[in-house]
Ligand binder design. Structure first.
Ligand code: NDP
Length: 310
Protein backbone atom coordinates (compact mmCIF):
# COMPACT_ATOMS: atom_id res chain seq x y z
CA UNK A 1 0.00 0.00 0.00
CA UNK A 2 1.04 3.55 -0.78
CA UNK A 3 2.32 5.20 2.45
CA UNK A 4 2.27 8.98 2.12
CA UNK A 5 3.88 11.43 4.49
CA UNK A 6 1.72 14.39 3.51
CA UNK A 7 -1.46 13.82 1.51
CA UNK A 8 -3.14 16.90 0.06
CA UNK A 9 -6.73 16.65 -1.17
CA UNK A 10 -7.76 19.31 -3.67
CA UNK A 11 -6.14 21.33 -6.45
CA UNK A 12 -7.34 24.89 -5.92
CA UNK A 13 -5.11 27.71 -4.66
CA UNK A 14 -5.11 26.16 -1.16
CA UNK A 15 -4.09 22.66 -2.29
CA UNK A 16 -1.36 23.77 -4.68
CA UNK A 17 0.10 26.29 -2.22
CA UNK A 18 0.15 23.58 0.46
CA UNK A 19 1.99 21.36 -2.05
CA UNK A 20 4.58 24.08 -2.79
CA UNK A 21 5.31 24.57 0.91
CA UNK A 22 5.21 20.85 1.74
CA UNK A 23 7.51 20.09 -1.20
CA UNK A 24 10.01 22.71 -0.08
CA UNK A 25 9.90 21.20 3.44
CA UNK A 26 10.84 17.77 2.03
CA UNK A 27 7.49 16.22 2.96
CA UNK A 28 7.18 14.51 -0.48
CA UNK A 29 3.56 15.65 -0.83
CA UNK A 30 1.07 13.69 -2.89
CA UNK A 31 -1.83 15.79 -4.16
CA UNK A 32 -5.12 14.35 -5.42
CA UNK A 33 -6.74 16.83 -7.79
CA UNK A 34 -10.40 15.95 -7.15
CA UNK A 35 -13.39 16.45 -9.41
CA UNK A 36 -12.24 19.72 -10.97
CA UNK A 37 -8.49 20.07 -11.45
CA UNK A 38 -7.55 23.66 -10.64
CA UNK A 39 -10.67 24.13 -8.52
CA UNK A 40 -13.38 26.72 -8.82
CA UNK A 41 -11.14 29.39 -10.33
CA UNK A 42 -11.02 27.41 -13.55
CA UNK A 43 -14.67 28.33 -14.07
CA UNK A 44 -13.86 32.01 -14.17
CA UNK A 45 -11.98 34.12 -16.72
CA UNK A 46 -9.64 36.79 -15.42
CA UNK A 47 -8.57 37.08 -11.80
CA UNK A 48 -8.16 40.75 -11.02
CA UNK A 49 -7.68 40.70 -7.27
CA UNK A 50 -4.76 38.32 -6.76
CA UNK A 51 -1.79 40.42 -5.59
CA UNK A 52 1.10 40.64 -8.00
CA UNK A 53 -0.88 40.84 -11.25
CA UNK A 54 -1.56 44.53 -11.92
CA UNK A 55 -3.28 43.71 -15.23
CA UNK A 56 -5.14 40.63 -13.97
CA UNK A 57 -4.29 37.05 -14.81
CA UNK A 58 -6.07 34.31 -16.77
CA UNK A 59 -7.49 32.02 -14.08
CA UNK A 60 -6.66 28.77 -15.88
CA UNK A 61 -3.13 29.97 -16.55
CA UNK A 62 -2.72 30.86 -12.88
CA UNK A 63 -3.80 27.39 -11.79
CA UNK A 64 -1.49 25.72 -14.33
CA UNK A 65 1.37 27.89 -13.05
CA UNK A 66 0.60 26.92 -9.46
CA UNK A 67 0.63 23.25 -10.46
CA UNK A 68 3.95 23.70 -12.26
CA UNK A 69 5.41 25.43 -9.21
CA UNK A 70 4.24 22.58 -6.93
CA UNK A 71 5.77 20.00 -9.29
CA UNK A 72 9.05 21.92 -9.32
CA UNK A 73 9.37 21.21 -5.61
CA UNK A 74 8.62 17.52 -6.02
CA UNK A 75 4.87 17.32 -5.48
CA UNK A 76 3.32 14.15 -6.91
CA UNK A 77 0.14 15.42 -8.57
CA UNK A 78 -2.44 12.71 -9.25
CA UNK A 79 -5.87 12.62 -10.89
CA UNK A 80 -8.56 11.12 -8.71
CA UNK A 81 -11.09 11.83 -6.02
CA UNK A 82 -10.92 10.73 -2.39
CA UNK A 83 -14.19 8.89 -1.77
CA UNK A 84 -13.53 7.48 1.69
CA UNK A 85 -11.54 8.66 4.67
CA UNK A 86 -10.90 6.88 7.96
CA UNK A 87 -9.17 9.10 10.50
CA UNK A 88 -9.91 6.84 13.48
CA UNK A 89 -6.45 5.28 13.57
CA UNK A 90 -2.93 6.07 12.36
CA UNK A 91 -1.73 6.04 9.69
CA UNK A 92 -4.93 7.54 8.25
CA UNK A 93 -6.64 5.40 5.61
CA UNK A 94 -8.16 6.83 2.47
CA UNK A 95 -9.62 5.37 -0.72
CA UNK A 96 -9.83 6.93 -4.18
CA UNK A 97 -12.65 6.68 -6.73
CA UNK A 98 -10.51 4.13 -8.58
CA UNK A 99 -10.36 1.93 -5.48
CA UNK A 100 -6.73 2.79 -4.67
CA UNK A 101 -6.08 2.50 -0.93
CA UNK A 102 -3.74 5.01 0.66
CA UNK A 103 -2.10 5.41 4.04
CA UNK A 104 -1.07 8.87 5.17
CA UNK A 105 0.80 10.25 8.17
CA UNK A 106 -0.75 13.67 7.71
CA UNK A 107 -3.60 14.97 5.56
CA UNK A 108 -4.37 18.47 4.30
CA UNK A 109 -7.99 18.83 3.24
CA UNK A 110 -8.41 21.55 0.60
CA UNK A 111 -11.53 20.33 -1.16
CA UNK A 112 -13.11 23.76 -1.69
CA UNK A 113 -16.78 24.48 -2.17
CA UNK A 114 -19.38 24.07 -4.92
CA UNK A 115 -22.18 26.27 -6.20
CA UNK A 116 -25.58 26.00 -4.51
CA UNK A 117 -28.88 25.50 -6.32
CA UNK A 118 -32.33 26.66 -5.18
CA UNK A 119 -33.53 23.08 -4.84
CA UNK A 120 -36.33 23.29 -7.42
CA UNK A 121 -37.12 20.06 -9.26
CA UNK A 122 -37.11 22.12 -12.50
CA UNK A 123 -33.43 22.96 -12.00
CA UNK A 124 -32.58 19.29 -12.46
CA UNK A 125 -34.93 19.02 -15.42
CA UNK A 126 -33.21 21.85 -17.33
CA UNK A 127 -29.63 21.37 -16.09
CA UNK A 128 -27.37 21.74 -19.11
CA UNK A 129 -30.38 22.87 -21.14
CA UNK A 130 -30.81 26.34 -19.77
CA UNK A 131 -29.79 26.01 -16.12
CA UNK A 132 -26.17 26.65 -15.11
CA UNK A 133 -24.16 27.75 -12.09
CA UNK A 134 -21.28 29.10 -14.12
CA UNK A 135 -21.72 32.06 -16.45
CA UNK A 136 -18.14 32.00 -17.66
CA UNK A 137 -18.43 28.30 -18.55
CA UNK A 138 -21.80 28.44 -20.29
CA UNK A 139 -22.45 32.09 -21.10
CA UNK A 140 -21.19 31.62 -24.65
CA UNK A 141 -24.28 29.51 -25.47
CA UNK A 142 -26.55 32.47 -24.70
CA UNK A 143 -25.09 35.07 -27.01
CA UNK A 144 -27.72 37.69 -27.94
CA UNK A 145 -30.29 35.87 -25.79
CA UNK A 146 -32.16 36.76 -22.60
CA UNK A 147 -30.94 35.30 -19.32
CA UNK A 148 -31.50 35.63 -15.58
CA UNK A 149 -28.97 35.46 -12.76
CA UNK A 150 -30.25 34.55 -9.29
CA UNK A 151 -28.56 36.19 -6.29
CA UNK A 152 -27.50 39.60 -5.06
CA UNK A 153 -23.91 39.01 -3.89
CA UNK A 154 -20.56 39.64 -5.58
CA UNK A 155 -20.75 36.40 -7.55
CA UNK A 156 -24.18 37.29 -8.97
CA UNK A 157 -22.99 40.78 -9.96
CA UNK A 158 -19.85 39.38 -11.53
CA UNK A 159 -21.82 36.77 -13.48
CA UNK A 160 -24.43 39.35 -14.55
CA UNK A 161 -21.73 41.77 -15.75
CA UNK A 162 -20.01 39.02 -17.69
CA UNK A 163 -23.28 37.91 -19.29
CA UNK A 164 -24.22 41.52 -20.09
CA UNK A 165 -21.28 41.56 -22.49
CA UNK A 166 -22.68 38.57 -24.38
CA UNK A 167 -26.45 38.62 -24.00
CA UNK A 168 -29.23 40.86 -25.22
CA UNK A 169 -30.69 41.25 -21.74
CA UNK A 170 -29.79 40.09 -18.24
CA UNK A 171 -32.26 40.03 -15.34
CA UNK A 172 -30.95 39.74 -11.81
CA UNK A 173 -33.47 37.97 -9.57
CA UNK A 174 -32.79 39.23 -6.04
CA UNK A 175 -34.87 38.12 -3.07
CA UNK A 176 -34.06 41.16 -0.89
CA UNK A 177 -34.84 44.83 -1.69
CA UNK A 178 -31.09 45.48 -2.03
CA UNK A 179 -27.86 43.93 -3.35
CA UNK A 180 -25.48 42.44 -0.82
CA UNK A 181 -22.53 42.89 -3.18
CA UNK A 182 -19.57 45.25 -2.71
CA UNK A 183 -19.86 48.82 -3.99
CA UNK A 184 -17.55 48.28 -6.95
CA UNK A 185 -19.65 45.34 -8.19
CA UNK A 186 -22.92 47.23 -7.62
CA UNK A 187 -21.53 50.10 -9.70
CA UNK A 188 -20.52 47.74 -12.49
CA UNK A 189 -24.05 46.32 -12.60
CA UNK A 190 -25.67 49.77 -12.46
CA UNK A 191 -23.55 50.91 -15.40
CA UNK A 192 -24.60 48.04 -17.67
CA UNK A 193 -27.56 49.21 -19.74
CA UNK A 194 -28.87 45.71 -20.41
CA UNK A 195 -29.01 44.52 -16.76
CA UNK A 196 -32.36 44.89 -15.00
CA UNK A 197 -32.62 44.03 -11.31
CA UNK A 198 -35.84 42.42 -10.10
CA UNK A 199 -35.74 43.09 -6.36
CA UNK A 200 -37.87 41.21 -3.81
CA UNK A 201 -38.42 38.47 -6.34
CA UNK A 202 -38.22 34.69 -5.93
CA UNK A 203 -38.20 31.94 -8.52
CA UNK A 204 -40.75 29.19 -7.87
CA UNK A 205 -40.40 27.17 -11.06
CA UNK A 206 -39.09 26.99 -14.61
CA UNK A 207 -40.95 26.14 -17.81
CA UNK A 208 -40.35 25.28 -21.43
CA UNK A 209 -41.25 22.63 -23.99
CA UNK A 210 -37.93 22.34 -25.82
CA UNK A 211 -35.39 23.46 -23.27
CA UNK A 212 -35.88 26.42 -20.98
CA UNK A 213 -38.33 29.11 -22.06
CA UNK A 214 -38.89 31.02 -18.83
CA UNK A 215 -39.16 31.23 -15.05
CA UNK A 216 -42.25 31.43 -12.82
CA UNK A 217 -41.45 34.24 -10.40
CA UNK A 218 -43.18 35.92 -7.47
CA UNK A 219 -42.75 39.55 -6.47
CA UNK A 220 -43.12 40.26 -2.73
CA UNK A 221 -44.26 36.76 -1.89
CA UNK A 222 -46.82 36.63 0.95
CA UNK A 223 -47.36 40.43 0.97
CA UNK A 224 -50.67 42.15 0.10
CA UNK A 225 -49.19 43.40 -3.18
CA UNK A 226 -47.77 39.97 -4.14
CA UNK A 227 -47.54 39.49 -7.90
CA UNK A 228 -46.92 36.20 -9.72
CA UNK A 229 -45.76 36.29 -13.31
CA UNK A 230 -43.76 34.46 -15.95
CA UNK A 231 -40.39 35.82 -17.04
CA UNK A 232 -39.40 34.65 -20.53
CA UNK A 233 -35.69 33.71 -20.49
CA UNK A 234 -33.36 31.37 -22.37
CA UNK A 235 -30.83 30.83 -19.58
CA UNK A 236 -31.09 30.64 -15.78
CA UNK A 237 -27.83 31.13 -13.86
CA UNK A 238 -27.50 30.39 -10.15
CA UNK A 239 -25.17 32.59 -8.09
CA UNK A 240 -26.50 32.13 -4.56
CA UNK A 241 -23.39 31.04 -2.75
CA UNK A 242 -21.55 27.80 -2.19
CA UNK A 243 -21.53 24.69 -0.07
CA UNK A 244 -18.31 23.12 1.16
CA UNK A 245 -17.18 19.82 -0.37
CA UNK A 246 -16.85 17.98 2.92
CA UNK A 247 -19.44 15.17 2.78
CA UNK A 248 -16.71 12.55 2.67
CA UNK A 249 -15.37 13.78 6.04
CA UNK A 250 -18.71 13.85 7.82
CA UNK A 251 -18.43 11.77 11.00
CA UNK A 252 -14.61 11.98 10.76
CA UNK A 253 -13.94 15.69 11.27
CA UNK A 254 -15.90 18.28 13.20
CA UNK A 255 -18.02 20.28 10.75
CA UNK A 256 -20.17 23.34 11.46
CA UNK A 257 -23.91 23.53 10.72
CA UNK A 258 -23.22 24.43 7.06
CA UNK A 259 -20.68 21.64 6.67
CA UNK A 260 -17.52 23.78 6.84
CA UNK A 261 -14.57 22.09 8.57
CA UNK A 262 -13.96 23.56 12.01
CA UNK A 263 -10.35 24.61 12.60
CA UNK A 264 -8.73 25.47 15.90
CA UNK A 265 -8.09 29.14 16.62
CA UNK A 266 -5.79 30.77 14.09
CA UNK A 267 -4.36 27.42 12.94
CA UNK A 268 -5.40 24.89 10.31
CA UNK A 269 -5.66 22.06 12.87
CA UNK A 270 -8.97 20.17 12.65
CA UNK A 271 -10.63 18.05 15.35
CA UNK A 272 -8.25 15.20 14.42
CA UNK A 273 -4.55 15.66 15.18
CA UNK A 274 -2.58 15.29 11.97
CA UNK A 275 -5.45 16.38 9.71
CA UNK A 276 -5.43 20.00 8.57
CA UNK A 277 -7.90 22.06 6.55
CA UNK A 278 -7.26 24.96 4.18
CA UNK A 279 -9.20 27.11 1.73
CA UNK A 280 -12.93 27.39 1.14
CA UNK A 281 -13.81 24.01 2.69
CA UNK A 282 -12.98 25.60 6.06
CA UNK A 283 -13.87 29.21 5.27
CA UNK A 284 -17.52 30.25 5.35
CA UNK A 285 -16.55 33.91 5.32
CA UNK A 286 -13.77 35.18 3.04
CA UNK A 287 -13.73 32.66 0.15
CA UNK A 288 -10.98 34.41 -1.77
CA UNK A 289 -8.18 32.80 -3.79
CA UNK A 290 -5.50 34.74 -1.95
CA UNK A 291 -6.92 33.71 1.43
CA UNK A 292 -7.15 30.08 0.32
CA UNK A 293 -3.52 30.19 -0.85
CA UNK A 294 -2.44 31.67 2.49
CA UNK A 295 -4.22 28.99 4.52
CA UNK A 296 -2.69 26.34 2.23
CA UNK A 297 0.74 27.61 3.26
CA UNK A 298 -0.31 27.55 6.91
CA UNK A 299 -1.58 23.98 6.61
CA UNK A 300 1.74 22.79 5.16
CA UNK A 301 3.64 24.55 7.96
CA UNK A 302 1.28 23.02 10.55
CA UNK A 303 1.66 19.56 8.95
CA UNK A 304 5.46 19.89 8.97
CA UNK A 305 5.44 20.79 12.66
CA UNK A 306 3.13 17.86 13.40
CA UNK A 307 5.24 15.35 11.42
CA UNK A 308 8.31 16.34 13.41
CA UNK A 309 6.56 15.18 16.59
CA UNK A 310 6.00 11.64 15.24
P1 NDP B 1 -23.03 35.56 -0.97
O1 NDP B 1 -23.38 34.65 0.13
O2 NDP B 1 -22.28 36.82 -0.70
O3 NDP B 1 -24.37 36.01 -1.73
C1 NDP B 1 -25.34 35.08 -2.05
C2 NDP B 1 -26.53 35.81 -2.67
O4 NDP B 1 -27.48 34.82 -3.04
C3 NDP B 1 -27.20 36.77 -1.70
O5 NDP B 1 -27.71 37.86 -2.40
C4 NDP B 1 -28.34 35.90 -1.15
O6 NDP B 1 -29.46 36.64 -0.77
C5 NDP B 1 -28.70 35.09 -2.36
N1 NDP B 1 -29.33 33.83 -2.01
C6 NDP B 1 -28.88 32.86 -1.19
N2 NDP B 1 -29.75 31.83 -1.11
C7 NDP B 1 -30.78 32.16 -1.91
C8 NDP B 1 -31.98 31.54 -2.24
N3 NDP B 1 -32.31 30.34 -1.77
N4 NDP B 1 -32.83 32.18 -3.09
C9 NDP B 1 -32.52 33.40 -3.59
N5 NDP B 1 -31.39 34.06 -3.32
C10 NDP B 1 -30.52 33.45 -2.49
O7 NDP B 1 -22.27 34.63 -2.02
P2 NDP B 1 -21.31 35.01 -3.22
O8 NDP B 1 -21.04 33.73 -3.90
O9 NDP B 1 -21.85 36.12 -4.01
O10 NDP B 1 -19.97 35.52 -2.51
C11 NDP B 1 -19.28 34.70 -1.57
C12 NDP B 1 -18.04 35.44 -1.07
O11 NDP B 1 -17.10 35.58 -2.14
C13 NDP B 1 -18.34 36.84 -0.59
O12 NDP B 1 -17.54 37.14 0.50
C14 NDP B 1 -17.99 37.70 -1.77
O13 NDP B 1 -17.64 39.01 -1.41
C15 NDP B 1 -16.80 36.94 -2.37
N6 NDP B 1 -16.66 37.20 -3.82
C16 NDP B 1 -15.84 38.22 -4.21
C17 NDP B 1 -15.67 38.51 -5.53
C18 NDP B 1 -14.75 39.64 -5.90
O14 NDP B 1 -14.29 40.32 -5.02
N7 NDP B 1 -14.46 39.83 -7.16
C19 NDP B 1 -16.34 37.76 -6.60
C20 NDP B 1 -17.22 36.72 -6.09
C21 NDP B 1 -17.35 36.48 -4.76
P3 NDP B 1 -29.52 37.43 0.64
O15 NDP B 1 -28.70 38.67 0.46
O16 NDP B 1 -30.97 37.66 0.78
O17 NDP B 1 -28.99 36.49 1.67
Amino acid sequence: MDRIKCLIIGSGPAGYTAAIYAGRANLSPVLYCGLQTGGQLTTTTIVENFPGYPDGVDANQMMMDLQKQAKRFGADIRDGIITKADFSSRPFKLTTDRGVELEADSVIVATGASAKYLGLADEEKYKGEGVSACATCDGFFYRKKVVAVVGGGDTACEEASYLAGLCKKVYMIVRKPYLRASDIMKKRVAEAENIEILFETNTVGLYGENGLEGAHVVYRKGEPDEKKYDLPIDGFFLAIGHKPNTEVFSGQLELDAQGYIVTKGKTTHTSVEGVFAAGDCADPHYQQAVVAAATGAEAALDANEYLQTL
